[in-house]
Design a protein around this ligand. Structure first.
Ligand SMILES: [Zn+2]
Length: 227
């Protein structure tokens, strides 16, 4: 759908601020496998796995899960570098779509569990669903990192609902070993796909109160971290 066809009051189509209810009935899912090419992302010192390979593997798994019911687009299909601003431009070619950027986390060695970032009001419901589904798939019941509202280039700048998920910590000794298991990654991918499917079917219903609108400019590479 062209943005101008989305019409007023539609929860789909492109919108600069995203201060509106989350989408329902969307047909297109854009999957962004984080990092790639010369940017490996996090590298596990426990398993030597690179984040860029795991995100691509996860994106393919989620695509296969969603395949029959959605038009699924991947911002990269192979091991290549794409700048974050370029990823935003690629995602913004589509209306009636949501963007899910897939990552794996790294931090102090005691941290574990899935974590989900969002910024736009219209991305909150999908973020809640994604975090809930990943938490249920993860055995880290005491290490669930929860939902974080943060202005990142892939949570603020796209003009469609967009969420960034961290599917677990490559820096945690046990979790990084779990992530080496294709069966575990498939379980996580199935959970991610089910959250996207539920958002398309039910919109924000059951995802709690929407957050307040925040008027902040687009995220820039020169912004201080965490701003
Ligand atoms: Zn990452």
């Amino acid at each position: 759908m062209c943005a101008s066809c989305a019409g007023p009051g539609s929860s789909t189509g492109r919108d600069e601020w995203g201060h509106r209810p989350g989408p329902m009935g969307f047909r297109t899912v854009i999957l962004d496998a984080g990092h790639g090419g010369r940017d490996p992302g996090a590298v596990s010192r426990h398993t030597s796995q690179c984040e860029k390979d795991l995100t691509l593997d996860m994106a393919h798994r989620v695509r296969r899960e969603l395949g029959r019911d959605f038009r699924v687009l991947m911002l990269r299909h192979d091991d290549r570098f794409i700048d974050l601003d370029e990823r935003v431009l690629l995602a913004d070619r589509h209306g009636d779509a949501v963007l899910v950027s897939i990552h794996f986390n790294s931090g102090p060695s005691h941290l574990r569990g899935p974590e989900t970032y969002y910024w736009r009001v219209d991305s909150h419901g999908l973020a809640v669903r994604l975090q809930r589904a990943m938490r249920a798939a993860s055995p880290a019941e005491h290490g669930n990192r929860g939902l974080v509202r943060r202005r990142l280039r892939l949570t603020r700048n796209p003009q469609i609902p967009c969420v960034l998920i961290e599917c677990g910590y490559l820096s945690h000794p046990q979790e990084s070993r779990l992530i080496t298991s294709p069966e575990y990654r498939q379980k996580m991918a199935t959970a991610v796909a089910s959250a996207i499917r539920a958002q398309a079917a039910h919109g924000d219903a059951g995802t709690g109160p929407r957050p307040r609108p925040i008027y902040s400019p687009p995220s820039r590479p020169t912004d201080p971290p965490g701003s």
